[in-house]
Design a protein around this ligand. Structure first.
Ligand code: FES
Length: 178
């Protein structure tokens, strides 16, 4: 049976233990910035540019009264860990009304999704694919489209005009967001 060692620690074993202790402390200190950067997105403020944030399309004075103007809807999507570059997510026909309120419609034809154009001669929105036509108020006039153009909410903040963009299901008489 062996007896427990009663030999006092040598200088060598003391230095060994001290080295291990210091090495552990240095490793722990060095890992703090790495852990901080890994979890910092969780502490960040909520993302601006979220998928449902309104999209700025210009200032009020950039829109002539009574004439629909086509605008691209561009957004950069940001979440906790990533940020995508500016991406065109859609387009809208935006009209400034005489009382400085705004009306906007998605440019996507509710039949099969072609882009509708403004026909200035006839004062309508016209789809080039299957000749559906819509009034400037978005109402269905003729063609295979099952409903009128899809309205988009417009917000005016000070002088800035913003669109709340949504996509809608095509080919249905009811308007459903997708
Ligand atoms: S896609 Fe517009 S009428 Fe068919």
């Amino acid at each position: 049976m062996s007896e427990p060692s009663t030999t006092p620690p040598t200088r060598r074993s003391f230095l060994s233990a001290l080295t291990v202790l210091l090495g552990g402390a240095i490793t722990a200190l060095a890992s703090i910035p790495v852990l901080g950067s890994l979890f910092s997105p969780l502490r960040a403020a909520p993302a601006t540019g979220a998928a449902d944030a309104p999209i700025p399309v210009g200032t009020v004075s950039e829109f002539p009264v009574g004439v629909p103007r086509r605008v691209e809807l561009i957004r950069s999507v940001t979440d906790a860990w990533s940020r995508s570059d500016a991406t065109t997510v859609g387009a809208a026909w935006v009209t400034r009304n005489a009382d400085d309120t705004f009306t906007a419609f998605s440019t996507i034809c509710p039949h099969l999704g072609c882009g509708v154009n403004l026909d200035k001669q006839r004062n309508i929105f016209a789809c080039p694919c299957h000749t559906s036509a819509f009034g400037l108020d978005g109402k269905f006039q003729t063609g295979p489209a099952p409903r009128g153009l899809d309205p988009l909410q417009v917000e005016v903040r000070g002088k800035e005009v913003l669109i709340h963009y949504k996509r809608f299901k095509q080919g249905t008489p009811e308007r459903e967001t997708v």
